[in-house]
Ligand binder design. Structure first.
Ligand code: G6P
Length: 368
């Protein structure tokens, strides 16, 4: 009923709009004025944190995409080498696991069979396992050594939204905590990260106001069967999630490409009228993104650009722009993903499909 959906037409939209609250709740009491405090959740002491040699993110689907962001975040903040694997691959590829390996499994439900099997294998090989999950008392939560709950609340729609952004928050907290415990960041730097995290809910509210612009673009892509997401670095990681969302809901085939890699093959697929979504939120690689956009424009692509407020030059190159509020580079995925969630939602409606129950998919996959 509409009441269950909080007045929204679909659970997905309700959950998209619950993201500011989910972020606030996931930050919760884990942040103090000047420090990140995860001592209640993570049994590792300072010395043990210093001894972690490598981190493996292991997950499926959207949770895997959170891990891809996690690689950038943890390596940047905590200077620990990070790998990221889909759970069904991890178990069978003979990964290098030692007692100094921290395996982080990410799972909204905490019941995904592939993820659970990977967790068990990692433990068997002596790794310490930390679970990031949305369900207290789930299998993954029970079997892991340490647990960080994402306080997103129940997620009903098959396509994951608020669980993903909450997973990102848990990962930022973890990265900042490790940096703090390893004394890689000054007290002032940690305070800055904390205040930026605290501002995220408001920034999410702001970007949600772009709903109408996204809706218009979604309607324009509804007749297409192919589409590309381009981005570099963290934008590529978010592009992969945007592409998955769009496939799950609208059944439009899409690919997310590292923008610089396009010219090594995939550029052959760019033809007149093909929609391209160009994510350009990372200042360090902004100019490179602009030239990648020019490459696809020259071949007739219809480009929607996503960039930070103030980056007005992008307007000259793309067909349409969505401006997202400025946040630090590392935190931008939390904001960038929002228009992509809305895009998938409206593309699904424009094509007349079921938003909350896409064909062939299940909310939680408990078979391998
Ligand atoms: C299913 C869902 C996806 C989800 C994936 C992992 O495939 O349809 O939305 O990302 O499982 O689920 P988990 O509960 O482990 O995060």
């Amino acid at each position: 009923t509409t009441a269950e959906k909080g007045g929204y037409d679909h659970f997905m939209m309700k959950e998209i709009y619950e993201q500011p609250k989910a972020i606030r709740d996931t930050l919760g009491s884990r942040i103090k004025e000047e420090t990140v405090d995860l001592t209640n959740e993570i049994g590792l002491n300072k010395e043990e944190i210093n001894e972690i040699e490598r981190i493996h993110f292991v997950a499926c689907g959207t949770a895997y995409h959170a891990g891809l962001v996690g690689k950038y975040v943890i390596e940047d903040l905590a200077r620990i080498p990070v790998e990221c694997d889909v759970a069904s691959e991890y178990r069978y590829r003979n990964p290098i696991i030692t007692a100094k390996t921290l395996v982080i499994v990410v799972s909204q439900s905490g019941e995904t069979a592939d993820t659970l099997a990977a967790l068990r294998e990692a433990k068997r090989q002596g790794a310490r396992v930390l679970a990031i999950t949305n369900v207290v008392g789930s299998s993954v939560a029970r079997e892991a050594d340490d647990v960080m709950i994402t306080w997103a609340g129940p997620e009903i729609a098959v396509a994951s939204t608020k669980a993903y952004t909450s997973q990102l928050i848990a990962i930022y907290l973890l990265g900042a905590y490790f940096a703090q415990e390893k004394e890689l960041k000054t007290a002032a730097e940690i305070t800055t990260i904390i205040s930026e995290l605290k501002q995220l809910p408001e920034k999410v509210e702001e970007v949600l106001q772009q709903e109408e612009t996204v809706k218009a673009f979604a309607t324009s892509i509804a007749k297409h069967n192919n589409l590309f997401f381009l981005g570099r670095g963290l934008d590529n990681a978010v592009g992969l999630e945007g592409s998955l969302k769009l496939k799950e809901l609208s059944y439009i085939h899409s690919e997310a490409y590292a923008a610089g890699e396009l010219k090594h093959g995939t550029l052959a697929l760019i033809e007149e009228g093909i929609p391209v979504i160009a994510l350009a939120t990372q200042p360090a690689i902004y100019d490179k993104m602009v030239s990648n956009v020019e490459e696809v424009k020259a071949r007739g692509a219809h480009v929607l650009g996503l960039t930070t407020v103030g980056n007005n030059e992008l307007e000259k190159t793309v067909d349409e722009v969505i401006y997202i509020p400025a946040v630090s580079d590392l935190l931008s995925p939390v904001i960038t993903v929002i228009p992509l969630q809305l895009l998938a939602y409206y593309a699904c409606l424009a094509r007349g499909y079921d938003v909350d129950k896409p064909r062939n998919l299940a909310k939680s996959v408990t078979v391998e």
